[in-house]
Structure formats: structure tokens, C-alpha cells
Design a binder for this molecule. Structure first.
Ligand SMILES: Nc1nc2c(ncn2[C@@H]2O[C@H](COP(=O)(O)OP(=O)(O)OP(=O)(O)O)[C@@H](O)[C@H]2O)c(=O)[nH]1
Ligand SMILES: [Mg+2]
Length: 286
């Protein structure tokens, strides 16, 4: 009577047997050397990497993480914040990264900006002005209006080094599915303008440690987690950035020592960013 009760399906394992993208701690030394040896083909050229993304996504923390990996110790130059729920970074700031020798720097720089937020964040038009080098260092973003040409922070004659060579969208992995339509639209809008100018784009999904328990337990699971892969595919479909330009990362935010697995993910993303920027410069120069 009533037939046989259907057996509960065995739960699908959350991890793939093999990682779908190969990365291991051994890659760390390889990628680290690659970044250390990187020299733009064009003499005097500087690669400008602009970060953007929702408020609190980990933009400033990513800058600190990159600096920490390259310096081999914890570094906290870009102020990150863990209490403000709105935009903490307010200024257009440039971060250079020092090499081991004092007064020598890597030939790439990172620009931090105010976060995208539905009401109070950075104006999309200001991000577009940064692309073409019209935003001067130190400009304090005004969420109510875009920078006008008459403003002292408007750079009327940008040089090739003032222009952006790679756009990096930083988004927290654990809240990807709840990102507002307005924020997704802003990311798309910024991306379309970058594409129009030919600027390559990379996305970094931060806070992977908060995205799923398996990654929290062991960062090596990041490319084995089915959940993470689905989130990346969804994000790719939502904003149009191809999967091979999306990199999951855990920033240094609470630790006091470097970790090889954390470094390997950061360096894998950084190496790709540098390659994209270098290709763009050479393509422009042709
Ligand atoms: N668990 C975890 N926390 C992170 C990670 N990256 C950043 N955080 C934390 O997230 C919070 C916000 O980081 P910020 O780097 O200030 O973010 P932001 O994008 O610069 O934020 P705004 O300047 O407000 O736009 C801080 O508390 C960081 O410690 C990460 O990979 N994992
Ligand atoms: Mg910030």
C-alpha cells in the first residue's frame, strides 16, 4: 500500500575528484619569479592596474595582499576596514610596490578607488575618467556628482602612463548570488566602456574562505569546489567576463604570517593581470 517510499538521494559530494584548474604551491615560486622579472617591453612604461568593485569587496586588502606576497612579509599600506558597511576608501590613490633594494619599484602600479554601492558609491563616470588618465591622484570621490573639467583634480593632458592598462573587478565570492541588480549593471557598464577602449579586464573573487566550508578548511580545494565553480560561471554569465579571466583569491586580512596556498592564488591572478596589461600596451604600440 502506498508503494515503496523513495529512498533519500545520497548527497552529492561538494568537491570534484580533480581540480578543474591546475594550481599548486609549487607554482608560487614560478609565478613569483615571473612577476619579479617582469619588465615592460617599452622602456619607461608603467603598467597601471585599476581596481573597482562593490564597497567592502576587498580592493584595498588585495593591494595589501599583493604587496605582502612580493615583499615576503605582511604589509598594510592601503587602509582596509572591517566595520564600515559603506565605502571606506574615498580617495583615488596609487600604490607603488617597492623591490628589495630601497628606492626601486616594480614597473606596475595599483589604483584604489571608492567602492560601487547603489546610492553612495563612486560615480561610474568617474571610473571612466580614470581609464583615460583624467583623474589625478588624491581626488576625493563625490558620490553626488562626477569630476568636472574645471576641477583641480582633472588632468587635462594625461600621458600614456596616466592611462589604465588593466581593469580588475573585485567582487566577494560569498555574496555573489545576492549582489544587487544595480551593482551588476554598474559593473557591466564600466566593463563596456573599458571594452570600447580596448582595456583588458580581469575579475577577482575575494573572500573564498567565506564562500564554502571546504575552502575554508583547505584553500587547496578552491578549484575542486563545485559551489565555487558554479558561482564563477554565474558571475561570468552576469557580467560577461570569460571564465579564464576570473580568479578566486583569499586576501590576507587577519593572519600575521604568509601562507603558500594564499600566495599561489594571489600570484596566479597577478601574473595574468600583468600579461593582459603587457599585451594591451604592445597592441596599442603597434
Ligand atoms: N575573510 C576574508 N575577509 C576579507 C578578505 N578580503 C578582505 N576581507 C575583509 O573585508 C573587509 C573589507 O575589505 P576592504 O579591503 O576594506 O574592502 P574594500 O573593497 O577596499 O572596501 P571599500 O574601500 O569600502 O570600497 C575587511 O574587513 C577585510 O579584512 C578575504 O579574502 N577573506
Ligand atoms: Mg578600500
Amino acid at each position: 500500500m502506498g508503494g515503496e517510499k523513495s529512498k533519500p538521494k545520497p548527497e552529492e559530494p561538494p568537491l570534484l575528484d580533480e581540480p578543474w584548474r591546475k594550481i599548486n604551491s609549487g607554482d608560487k615560486q614560478h609565478d613569483l619569479q615571473y612577476v619579479r622579472d617582469y619588465k615592460p617591453q617599452t622602456e619607461g612604461q608603467q603598467l597601471r592596474i585599476l581596481l573597482h568593485g562593490p564597497a567592502g569587496a576587498g580592493k584595498s586588502s588585495f593591494i595589501n595582499s599583493v604587496q605582502s606576497v612580493l615583499l615576503g612579509r605582511m604589509y598594510r599600506q592601503a587602509l582596509a576596514d572591517n566595520i564600515s558597511h559603506s565605502c571606506f576608501t574615498k580617495k583615488y590613490s596609487t600604490f607603488r610596490i617597492q623591490r628589495e633594494n630601497p628606492d626601486t619599484f616594480y614597473p606596475f602600479i595599483l589604483n584604489d578607488i571608492m567602492g560601487l554601492s547603489p546610492q553612495k558609491g563612486v560615480q561610474v563616470d568617474d571610473v571612466k575618467l580614470a581609464f583615460t588618465g583624467h583623474l589625478k591622484e588624491g581626488y576625493v570621490f563625490n558620490p553626488g556628482s562626477k569630476l568636472s573639467e574645471g576641477n583641480e583634480f582633472y588632468n587635462k593632458s594625461p600621458t600614456v602612463n596616466d592611462k589604465v592598462h588593466v581593469l580588475v573587478c573585485i567582487v566577494p565570492a560569498h555574496t555573489l548570488s545576492s549582489m544587487s541588480d544595480e551593482t551588476v549593471q554598474k559593473i557591466r557598464d564600466i566593463r563596456l566602456e573599458a571594452s570600447r577602449l580596448g582595456i583588458p579586464q580581469v575579475a577577482i573573487l575575494t573572500k573564498v574562505d567565506q564562500a564554502c566550508p571546504e575552502i575554508n578548511k583547505d584553500l587547496k580545494n578552491v578549484y575542486r569546489s563545485k559551489y565555487m565553480k558554479e558561482r564563477m560561471e554565474q558571475f561570468s554569465a552576469d557580467v560577461g567576463i570569460p571564465m579564464n579571466c576570473i580568479f578566486p583569491v583569499k586576501n590576507y586580512h587577519e593572519e600575521i604570517k604568509l601562507n603558500d596556498d594564499t600566495d599561489a592564488l594571489i600570484l596566479s591572478a597577478l601574473r595574468h593581470i600583468i600579461d593582459c596589461g603587457e599585451d594591451f600596451i604592445n597592441w596599442k604600440a603597434e
